[in-house]
Design a protein around this ligand. Structure first.
Ligand SMILES: *[C@@H]1O[C@H](CO)[C@@H](O)[C@H](O)[C@H]1NC(C)=O
Length: 439
């Protein structure tokens, strides 16, 4: 009797194991659908984390795949895995139209999504998008679906793609010949999918049998609800589509990315993004709420820095005002004098206060580096992410430099022109400041 019990038990045990195995196999087979995004450098890491959280919050259980390039650190890699992403490394597809090489370097890499033939259908989402309502119905869309963006052109921020070896090879063969108005993937796709603007709008609410029995078009347009651009919100300070029906918010607008703290003061939809961010789980130590443990390397800003900065600011303003009064010749036309006063004061002020800020920055960096050396974690100092989405700081510095030089040039040129003609008195400012010497 006991032996029989044991045998039954064993058989049940075997059945249980094999059932689990079969269920597992079915599960992994049926997930021929996935959400995909791309990460070029660590700057957009938080964006991908929030996107993933928003997809899960929308109730989807589909695979989430993030394609990462060489510029992404090992830490980001681990964190995304811990968040539930399937991480796949890819090499950057070189961009043949080197029109704006720095910004668009690697953007052609997006075309690799067409090569993900492991999946039957993928929904591609940019790292600066967020899902606010389930979009699983997108997987029923045809071979290639995207949005039009304020024009006859398609936007590559949200796309439904049926990966295909054939299509991918065809694209690769045309990559060097087809023009790209942006110099990136979006321009290329617009050349590749000719006549996209005339494509039918995808209607997700059709019954499944209608969807299945129709002839699948080469391309379909998605409603704005699936790629609602915050730029559109800014125009009217409200969503121009039904806010309750909104599915995907796309935080375009170059420098206004939702992970930059100041943007929530400028753009209301950033709140939606931040609300997901604060609910991010602690997948790795110290990463709950979207915190980055590496931020803690930055030492606390000393309390006295604020006071000192205000003093320096006022001192710089006074010194600039004084200096420009000394520099500007007394006999120029009143308006010229005012203009020069304005130019010199601001140029001098920015030079002084700029140097001060630079000093503070250097000091902070030095302290942070010192703090960083104490951590025996080489990956935490991995700054090799200067590809793809990185912003170019140096460009702004150069612009500021040119601006300053131009101003200085103007300031010197103007008195030379006016000097030696009529010799009017300077005007009010001169009166106020130099009365004693005149008297
Ligand atoms: C496309 O995918 C195939 C197999 O999945 C792979 O062997 C090939 O290298 C990929 N092509 C490119 C250019 O990434």
């Amino acid at each position: 009797m006991k032996v029989i019990d044991f045998r039954y038990g064993f058989i049940f045990f075997l059945m249980f194991i094999s059932c689990n195995w079969v269920i597992g196999a079915i599960k992994s087979q049926s997930s021929g659908e996935a959400y995909v995004t791309l990460l070029y450098g660590d700057e957009f890491l938080l964006g991908v984390r929030v996107l993933g959280k928003s997809i899960r919050d929308s109730g989807s259980t589909k695979d989430m795949v993030v394609l990462i390039s060489d510029g992404v650190s090992q830490y980001a890699n681990d964190l995304l895995r811990a968040d539930g992403w399937i991480v796949e490394k890819i090499s950057l597809l070189s961009n043949p139209n080197q029109v704006r090489p720095t910004r668009f370097w690697g953007v052609y890499t997006k075309l690799k999504v067409f090569n993900m033939t492991k999946y039957k259908k993928v929904v591609y989402l940019d790292a600066d998008t967020i899902v606010v309502k389930s979009i699983d119905d997108l997987f029923k869309c045809g071979k290639f679906c995207a949005n039009l963006k304020h024009s006859e052109r398609l936007n590559s921020g949200v796309m439904v793609i049926e990966p295909s070896d054939e299509v991918f090879k065809d694209m690769m063969s045309k990559v060097t010949t087809l023009p790209s108005y942006t110099g990136g993937d979006q321009g290329f796709l617009n050349s590749y999918y000719v006549g996209f603007a005339n494509a039918q709008v995808y209607e997700p609410n059709q019954p499944l049998d209608v969807l299945n029995s129709r002839k699948v078009p080469e391309m379909e347009r998605l409603s704005t609800l699936y790629n609602a651009d915050v730029g559109l919100y800014m125009l009217a300070n409200k969503w121009m589509v039904d806010e309750k029906e909104l599915r995907v918010i796309h935080y375009t607008l170059g420098p206004l990315k939702p992970w930059d703290w100041w943007t929530s003061w400028l753009l209301k939809p950033v709140d939606v993004w931040q609300n997901v961010r604060v609910r991010l789980q602690e997948s790795l130590p110290g990463t709950g709420g979207g915190k980055n443990p590496r931020d803690e390397l930055i030492p606390k800003v000393p309390a006295f820095l604020g006071g000192i900065s205000i003093c320096v600011c006022f001192a710089a303003a006074l010194v600039s005002l004084g200096l420009s009064l000394v520099i500007i010749p007394r006999q120029v036309m009143p308006w010229t004098g005012l203009l020069l006063m304005y130019e010199w004061t601001f140029t001098l002020f920015f030079l002084q206060f700029g140097s001060y800020l630079h000093l503070v920055y250097q000091w902070g960096k030095a302290v942070a580096n010192r703090a960083g050396q104490f951590r025996a974690d080489p990956e935490s100092l991995d700054h090799e992410s200067g590809k793809g989405h990185q912003r170019q700081q140096s460009c702004c510095d150069v612009a500021a430099c040119y601006y300053g030089l131009g101003m200085a040039f103007l300031a010197i040129l103007t008195p030379v022109r006016f000097d030696g003609r009529r010799r009017p008195r300077f005007g009010v400012l001169h009166d106020i400041c130099c009365r004693t010497s005149v008297d």
